[in-house]
Design a protein around this ligand. Structure first.
Ligand code: SF4
Ligand code: MG
Length: 303
């Protein structure tokens, strides 16, 4: 066998962790975890060249099962955590992972300002339509009337239309993948990491333990790739990811089929740090400019 050229890396095994996975059998997190590593390998980003940030939830268990610089934050707070790091060092890619529960309840305000600020980061929303870590509580994205462990008669509220909400915030990148298609998720994440600003990625995720409605089989039957489907592909005169209105209608209309792929992208909007007057002309990053500050000068004030 030909010996591999180590200078051609990184490789998938560079992101390996000795910690065993604890997700349930058949969990969609396995696929998303694999696609995240594949995207980094595709982009030739080594574990030492990326920051991976995790919210609290089943997906968050990825934080010690992957190589790379990692931070595991408080529930619902992964976007400000990641955005702060991305502002401090815009030279490194920052990827944040969160769930549908935290993203659309505890942390929904952070999602709003992450998108409108267009921070240069990728946000991967593990969308299993429930709080899996707390054993199947309904989230804002659980389908109405679905019996869940904490709401056996179904939730009385209407399900939040997350994509309509996201598009109302004028995003610069919106994509949707599903956990059974690792190749497509890898393509989406590769493009998201390259994106100039805030890349929102809705990853529909099978949760065989608690989501009995949007199962792996349901997702397989309903999801279609807008770039491959004859009725919507650009080659067939179909979907153009620069077409905001079309992207929004494709994203929102999940009645019969679920559109996946890169639904919308514009590179015309500068990222947050590119619009800061105070940073105009800066050739260094804030993290390079940090100096040791002598705090004794303030002792008289506080003692
Ligand atoms: Fe995955 Fe659901 Fe199990 Fe959590 S509860 S590990 S999301 S299958
Ligand atoms: Mg969830």
């Amino acid at each position: 066998m030909k010996k591999s050229d180590s200078s051609a890396g990184p490789f998938m095994h560079d992101f390996a962790s000795p910690n065993p996975c604890t997700w349930c059998d058949g969990c969609g997190d396995y696929g998303i975890w694999t696609a995240a590593k594949r995207a980094l390998v595709t982009l030739k980003i080594a574990p030492s060249q990326v920051l991976l940030c995790y919210d609290v939830g089943c997906h968050g268990n990825m934080s010690d099962k992957i190589g790379g610089y990692r931070m595991h934050g408080l529930h619902g707070r992964v976007i400000p955590l990641a955005a702060g790091a991305a502002l401090a060092n815009p030279a490194i890619p920052v990827i944040a992972f969160g769930g549908d529960g935290a993203s659309f309840s505890e942390g929904v305000g952070h999602l709003v300002h992450g998108i409108r600020s267009n921070y240069r980061m990728t946000f991967v929303m593990h969308n299993n339509a429930n709080y899996g870590l707390t054993t199947g509580q309904a989230s804002a994205l659980t389908w109405q009337n679905q019996p869940m462990n904490s709401s056996p008669n179904g939730i009385p509220e209407e399900t939040l239309n997350s994509m309509d909400f996201v598009f109302s915030l004028k995003p610069t990148f919106v994509a949707r993948g599903w956990s059974g298609d690792i190749a497509q998720m890898t393509r989406i994440l590769t493009a998201a990491i390259r994106h100039r600003g805030f890349a929102y990625v809705d990853m529909l995720q099978a949760c065989p333990s608690y989501n009995k409605f949007a199962t792996h089989e349901w997702l397989m039957q309903h999801c279609y790739d807008v770039n491959a489907d004859p009725s919507t592909s650009l080659r067939a005169g179909g979907h153009d990811p620069k077409d905001f209105a079309k992207a929004r209608s494709l994203a929102v209309d999940t009645q019969n089929r679920v559109a996946t792929g890169i639904l919308y992208q514009t590179e015309d909007v500068p990222a947050f740090h590119e619009r800061l007057k105070a940073r105009e002309g800066a050739v260094t990053t804030p993290v390079e400019e940090v100096k040791i500050v002598d705090t004794t000068q303030w002792e008289r004030v506080f003692l």
